[in-house]
Design a protein around this ligand. Sequence first.
Ligand code: XIL
Length: 412
Amino acid sequence: MMRSRLWVMGLAASMSGGLGCGDEDRAPAGSESSGAQTGVESLQPEEPAQLISYECRQDPARKSTPPGAVASEAQSFRETGRTVGAAVAAWRLAEDEQYGPTIAAQFNQLTAENEMKWESIEPEPGVFDFTAADALVTFAQQNGMKVRGHTLVWHSQLPTWVDELTGADAVRAALTNHIQTVVAHYRDNFPGVVVAWDVVNEALNVQQGPMGGTAIFRDSVFYRELGEGFIAEAFQIASATDPDALLFYNDFGVEGVNGAKSTGTFDMVSGLVAAGVPIHGMGFQMHTGPLDQGPGAADFAANIARYAGLGLQVEITEMDVSLCAIGGNVLGQELQRYRYNRILTACLESPACRSVTLWGVGDANSWLNDNGCTQGMITLETQPAPLAFGDTYARKPAWWGIYDALTGCEYQ
Ligand code: XIL
């Protein structure tokens, strides 16, 4: 919660001026011509006014960064020296002229949003198509960025032929060939660029019963035919193929300490470590909302410590903060900024935290737009608007919350 020490600057004046949903991202009158520019400069005329500043917990004398004061400086996430990533779509690099320059200026790591998934990379048995994924990795290489490989084994976005395999031998053969071929391709063609792999994604689920939830292995062709051992096998194959890559288990709904899925996941990962399986890290997706829950920042920090205690690295792998529940008004924008700041700080303060990744760049591109803010029969006018940049790549209040976290200012 934004409970204390907010420094309100001109809030009343701004509100009486009619600042509402989305207005933060609009360019001031007369600045339209700046839209043709690319890169950091193009962001400057559209800086949002800062309505509220926060004291930094570590150093109360330092306040959160006021956008107006730094509007002439080409600040970026990557200049903070942290490893900061974004999910990137290859086709959009070609079609949106502001997209690539914004990514190259701001981020030093990327994740392929879809291009490395099984259906994209091996659509037919033994037929590999690296075109789109290679375009992303080439872009990363050219811009001095690293890549998280996402993802080798997942129940979703699988081609039909994999789903229809029967028998342990057939599934094991497909799994082995897929992991070996994909990991070896990046090991050999882009040495040192794809530094980490989400080897297994979302293997667990929660089954609700009268006594509450129970963690179970999610139904998939891999689990059906190979049992839970498919997870250890996948890590072993990936490690044997590229011993230098960092190998992660990645999931959602496991960011806090409590709950059936969190407990089941921690137990599963602990078992892998105890068995000597080559796993190096735990990826927390962190698709979340603007309130300090699901999990709260302190809860997330405690969970990170528990995984660090296993000797693992951790990452935030897919963070976004949906505004569906609260709206894109001033309060929503500020809560979003606060939430990004607190959650990212929880990760960055741990020596085990390797990197943080946002699941997209501009709000207009977010995967959450596919469903909008539909809840049951009701479709809200609100947009998820979950990312750091607005529709025209203007930096949102969320950007400053992230930037402050990256530079060691956790909001009180
Ligand atoms: C999403 C992509 O963002 C969408 O474009 C696609 O249609 C579906 O997948 N967890 C994951 C990601 O691990 O791969 C998902 O990405 C989002 C949830």
